[in-house]
Design a protein around this ligand. Structure first.
Ligand SMILES: O=C(O)C(=O)C[C@H](O)C(=O)CO
Ligand SMILES: [Zn+2]
Length: 275
């Protein structure tokens, strides 16, 4: 399991492009033969990914760094099929079919998680610490809570599908959804915001290989940018804005862990206030 230390905002002005990418961008998350994992000390979130070959299956192993008997012994996880075709995840012997962009929540205490390869499915996992057991549950796109935001005029017309949240699949601290942009809309998350009580991670997907998302991060008064490719993630500490624009169509999984699960607990910064 890779490890990322937490950073302070005062470090950011001293980071060059390589250091920014080394601290906040996560690349190479979807191998075929194992679940690639990365732990960040920002709210102790673990993200992972696997894209098993058709006819194979890959189990979620517990890495040494968690010092646990099994991965979800003290954790919960959200799993999203970000691939182009259906997949199947088995949790403690129960199989869950996951169509593209559908979400499975696996509660604390789940022992065996297995990702089945269909050739087209790719599984993204995000895990936060958990102090209580909530039932393992899947949600289809129709069961998600859609929130429509933005306008065509400002190129940010989009639908935020909330899956794991206070009115949806319940969790200890994980809040997760998928944002889809309307055709021609390129900007996500405008106005940008921060939420000091939670870390958020965006996993961009559905982007053509020769296109990129320009992701803005940093304190609102001193932003930096990361050039992000398909299936790469960006870690946003509680002090960092997070928004971006794509050079072509894309979607992203956003997920948060931290002190509360109140989706609305954010401080927005209009574009006119960003520097
Ligand atoms: O497009 C958006 O706006 C988002 O997807 C915002 C995320 O939901 C988010 O950052 C939640 O804090
Ligand atoms: Zn946010």
């Amino acid at each position: 399991m890779r490890n990322r230390h937490a950073t302070a905002p005062a470090q950011v002005p001293g980071f060059d492009t390589a250091a920014l990418r080394a601290n906040y961008l996560v690349e190479d998350l979807f191998p075929a033969d194992r679940v690639e994992l990365l732990h960040t000390h920002e709210d102790r979130i673990v993200i992972g990914g696997v894209a098993p070959a058709a006819g194979t299956s890959v189990a979620l192993e517990v890495p040494d760094g968690l010092a646990a008997d099994y991965f979800l012994q003290r954790r919960e996880a959200g799993i999203v099929n970000i691939g182009a075709g259906a997949g199947r995840v088995t949790v403690d012997g129960t199989g869950y079919e996951l169509e593209p962009r559908e979400v499975l929540y696996a509660g604390r205490g789940s022992r065996d998680v297995v990702f089945e390869g269909t050739g087209e499915a790719a599984y993204y996992l995000i895990s936060t610490t958990a102090h209580a057991e909530h039932p393992t549950r899947k949600a289809t796109r129709a069961e998600a809570t859609p929130v429509s935001l933005g306008e065509q005029r400002t190129s940010n017309e989009r639908t935020i599908y909330k899956y794991i949240h206070e009115q949806g699949i319940r969790s200890c601290q994980l809040v997760l959804g998928v944002t889809e942009l309307a055709a021609g809309s390129m900007w996500n998350t405008m106005p940008a915001h921060v939420h000091g009580r939670r870390t958020e991670i965006y996993l961009y997907f559905g982007l053509d290989p020769d296109q990129r998302v320009v992701h803005l991060m940093g304190e609102p008064q001193q932003t930096r940018n990361l050039i992000v490719a398909d299936r790469q993630a960006v870690i946003s500490p509680g002090w960092s804005v997070h928004c971006g624009f794509g050079t072509a169509a894309y979607a992203f999984v956003w997920a948060m862990g931290g002190e509360n699960t109140d989706y609305g607990d954010v401080v927005p910064y209009p574009i006119t206030e960003l520097r």
